[in-house]
Design a protein around this ligand. Structure first.
Ligand code: ADP
Length: 170
């Protein structure tokens, strides 16, 4: 039987505990989870794709070390159409996280478009965890810009990277 490969795409600018929760839960849904860091120039990310992928990788390394999943979670970067990347990776489904009502319309549209582009590809949604449903990369960046404490929203490597990045861009 073929391997069930799931792709979790996102900008991850930067990775938050909300994303990490989806990665941990999503990794149990199939045989292999690929966290796909999108170039996404449209969002004008604060961190480069290389920096974002490196931050995700160091957290995923810890998840893999705990050996809770059958195959290690992979981290890859991509640009262009998600459906093309998914085909290239032999993925059967896309994983997305859903926070409150605000995410629904955009996610519903994206899932429908991706389905039109690639009929075999299903989008799976996981509801945000109760403790993480308000956590968003956008707010984390705003809090960090104004010198607030982001330690309850992001892991230590991310808060350190935010501090350094904001110092460098001042
Ligand atoms: P994108 O630019 O593709 O929306 P994001 O990095 O903002 O990338 O988000 C990637 C995915 O993770 C999206 O499906 C988003 O809804 C989900 N997500 C973001 N924050 C959370 C959170 N706190 N809880 C659950 N899912 C989340």
């Amino acid at each position: 039987m073929s391997k069930k490969v799931i792709i979790y795409p996102g900008t991850f600018d930067p990775l938050t505990y909300g994303h990490i929760d989806i990665i941990e839960r999503g990794a149990k849904l199939g045989d292999q989870l690929i966290v796909a860091v999108s170039l996404n120039t449209g969002k004008q990310p604060l961190f480069s794709i290389k920096e974002r992928a490196a931050l995700v990788t160091s957290v995923v390394d810890q998840i893999n070390a705990s050996k809770k999943t059958s195959l290690p979670v992979l981290v890859k970067s991509f640009s262009g159409l998600l459906t093309d990347f998914a085909t290239e990776q032999g993925a059967n489904s896309i994983l997305r996280g859903l926070r409150a009502v605000a995410d629904f319309e955009y996610e519903f549209q994206m899932a429908s478009i991706n389905k039109r582009l690639h009929g075999e590809l299903e989008t799976i949604f996981l509801m945000a965890a109760e403790q993480q449903h308000f956590v968003a990369s956008r707010f984390v960046k705003e809090i960090a810009i104004f010198g607030g404490d982001v330690s309850s929203f992001v892991p230590q490597n991310v808060s350190l990277a935010l501090e350094l990045k904001l110092k460098a861009t001042k």
